[in-house]
Structure formats: C-alpha cells, structure tokens
Write a protein that binds this ligand. Sequence first.
Ligand code: SAH
Length: 540
Amino acid sequence: MLDVAEPRGIGKHFVAPEARRGAGDGARLDELAAALRLGAAEPGVVYLVGAGPGDPGLVTARAARLVATADVILHDLLVARELIALARPDAELYDVGKVGDGRHVAQEDTNDLLVRLAGEGRSVVRLKGGDPMVFGRGGEELGELLAAGVRAEVVAGVTSGTGALASAGIPGTHRGVAQAVAFVTGHGAGDTPDGDRDWKSLATFPGTLVFYMAVKALPDIARELVAHGRPADEPVAIIERGTTDRQRTTRGPLSEIAGIARRAKVRAPALVVVGPVAALADQLDWRGVRPLAGKAVVVTRAGDQAGTLAGRLRGLGAAVLELPAIEIVPTSAPLPDFAGCDLLTVTSPAAAGALWDALRAAGLDARALAAAGTLVAIGPGTADALSKHGIVADLIPKRAVSEGLIEALDELGVAPRRAIIVQAEGGRALLADELGRRGVEVTTAALHRTQSVPLTDEQLATLASADAVLFASGSAAKSVASSLTASGATDLRAALGSARPIAIGPTTATALRDLGLQPAAVSDPHTIDGLIDATVALLS
Ligand code: SAH
C-alpha cells in the first residue's frame, strides 16, 4: 500500500479493491487504449478529468484509460461507479465530494493534496462530474497546480448541460426555435441582491437558458426571469439525474414551474432548461419509447458475466440492478489427460474460462488441446469464451443444452470412444450418462464450481420491487432462494414481490419450480439473446 497520510475531512474510497476491474476488463481496456493510441497516466502529473454526467457510456476513452492506470484517484459524487471500478486494485481512492456529515471538503485541502501527491511522483487523476471546466472549479485547480509548478492535463468530459439534455430529448439549439444556448449557474441566485445578477440580460437572452445547481433557487429564478421580460408561459423542463437509470423530466410553464417542481419533489442533481426547446421533450422522448423503458430488471449472474446482459438490457431502456448471486471459483480437480480423447465437450462459458485457467496453471496453453480430438462448445457463449483464448470449437450444437450434443453427434454420425466433459462441479450428469450408455468412456472434469453469494436484506428489498428477475442458471436461482430464506421468508413466491422470474432455459426453469417458483417465462433459444427477447416479450 502506498503511504500517504489521509488529509482531514477527505473520505475513504467507496469501491472496495476486490470490486475493481471485473476479470478481463483490464485487457479489453488495453486493447481500446492501443487502438486509440492512448497513453497511461504518468508519474508526477495531475489529470483533471471529466467523468461525464452519470452514464458510464459517456465517459471518454481517455478518462477510462487514465483511471485504469493512475496511482491515485480523487473523485466526488456524481461520478459513474463503473468508471471508478476501473481503478487498479492497488490504486488509492479518495472521495473528496463530501465528508461524513455532508459538508463539502474544502477546496484548499483538495488543492494541497493534489500538489503534494504530484510532488511525491504519483500519477494523480482528479475526477469531476461532467466537464471539469464547467461549474467544476477545474480552472481554479488548474491555476493552483500550474502555479505550484506541477505538470497538469485537462481531459474534457460531457457536461450535463449537453449530456442530460440529449438524454431527455431536448436539443439545446433547434433550427427556427433556438439559435443559442447559455449555461448559467443557479447557485446563489436567491441570495444575491438584485443588482448583482444581470437578470435583464438573462431574461432577454436570445436562446435557451440551461441552469445548473438551480433546484433550491428555482422560485427566485423563475420570478426574476418573468419580472425581467421572459414570457410567463415559456416552456421549462427540469431534468433530474440525467443520463442515469433514474432520469426524470418534469415540465411546466415558467410562471408555474416552481410549484410544479415542489409538488414533484424535484431534487438535485438537476438542470433547469428554459426556452421553447424544453417543450420538445414531450415529442422527442426517445428514452421513454424504448421497449423496456420504466422497467426494473434484476440480473443475478456472476459479476464477471453480467456485463453484456446488463448493458444490452440498459440499451433497451431498463433500469438494471446487478445482484450477482453466484460467483465462479476454481476447484482443485486435476486437469484431465487429453491424450487418447476423441471428444472434448465444454459446457458453459465459465467452464471454458476454468479450462483455460487450469491449462495455464499447469504451465500449458491451447496446444495441449490438440490431442483432444473433436471440440464441442455447448452454446455460442461458450464458443465465444473459448475463442478469446484462440481456441475454435469444431461443433456448436443447435440446441444449447446437453441434449443438443447427443442430437448433433447422432446427426453427424460421430461415435466417440473416449470423451472428456468440462463442466461445473455438481453439474448435470445427463450428458455423461447418455454417452456412457453408448459405450463411451467418459471423464468429467469439474474445474470450477459456482458458489452462492448471500444477498443483503437491502438487495432483497430492491429485488422484490423490480419488474423481473433473470436467472441464467439453476445455481443462481438456488442462491437467491437461500438468501430469501435466510432473511426470514417462508413463502418464496411472496418474497419475490413484483419481480417475475425468467429462466434462461428448461434446466433453470426446473430449478425454479423445484424451489416452488413458477417461471413467468422460459427463454428459447437458451441463450442471452433468448433471455433478452423473453424479457422484452414479458414486460413490454
Ligand atoms: N461539471 C459538472 C457540473 C457540476 S455542478 C458538469 O459539467 O456537468 C453540479 C450541477 O451539475 C448539479 O447541481 C446539476 O445542476 C448539474 N448536473 C450534474 N450532473 C447532472 C445530471 N446527471 N443530471 C442533471 N444535472 C446534473
């Protein structure tokens, strides 16, 4: 651990080291960095980096690269968690947004810390929501750093004034409607004596006004704008938590917006958009028309695997909650002897990963599989996982279940003599049994097992308020059930609340039924695509 005294008032990191960097993210990020020719964070340099408005997709590639390589990261609130999770496991994280009692950390403390860390030769990323130079005090920090002779770099970010507007379907400028857009701070608008704020100029500004930090002062802002000549019926839109799962837009005319916002309990962070373009939010609501808009979906896959499923569901508009109910851990089973084997079957993406890890642990690589004869991947996901290691499956049965393999072998007229099946410990014996009946000598290599991860009462409460919960394996179903039971639930169906269970395939569906849970849908094909289609069909 690097040795830096924690300055007073600066909070500890909130993403635990073990939660940083899902397996493989580092490697993929390195590929992206190479493709875009992005350098790593350098010692003694402070990077003032915009983190975007909340959606991790709006983080710049440069920001991701710097976060992934820096020694120290200082961040405040409003920064996407997924971005901070890219940090190196040994990186030091400081939350300088707020201290325990809710007060802000003094700017001088932050500046001193930046200068000191850089002086110690550390690479330092100072992350700020949105763009660091738009109401982010980036100018002040940069000035201090340069004055202290510290090398600094500013990495622009998507400011909420453009990010949240785009997300809400509000064009800042619009042909024939608004030819200019102004970013204005609402901070202090209520306390400033009239003469200090040029309300006349603001009210008569020929274009859209976007107020940051304006929730508290909204009654004053609205009153002053109308008093100084802005039409009372001018459309206003308030965008809360723009670009995130919890984005909400509240609309109304300027003269009434303060009351509407109060009744709707509008809270920061929010932007107040004043101008005719605000009315376009009603017809350009591209988020609201997505098939899973307004739906909350829980994904119970292991953390490493949940990424793509969650990302695709989000793209369809769902608010996705990742509750990894299982994790994959290696077993101590020995690597099987591939010599003389003429059929090697890998039954899942996790099994593919475990096979690779076991090969590497034995000092071997893909060449060891050359002895193994025909290579079968159960399911396209498994084939993808193998191909990441340069291993191409000979056969992917049409049906992504064990039965599919038997059908495929029959169709091809292949009659193996000695087969190895790589599958999870405690996995189904169906395939081994069926091959055994056909006189095949079968070795089962259980190189990994899934282990339940208990869910907290808070996670279970969130789960119960979702619209659907997706199970991609029977072990995930069992794990969620045992968490529910452990929390005192006697009736599992009631404990799931509004969350309708969706199973990836018949095996998972059976596991659910065995637990007394009737799946609301079973996907077919039994793949991630199928699971997503089933979710859309059920919820939209
Ligand atoms: N540097 C930031 C702004 C920091 S000031 C940027 O460029 O966006 C903080 C204010 O930004 C909040 O009070 C709010 O008005 C606005 N803001 C930040 N993120 C937002 C979001 N996701 N949705 C709406 N407003 C946001």
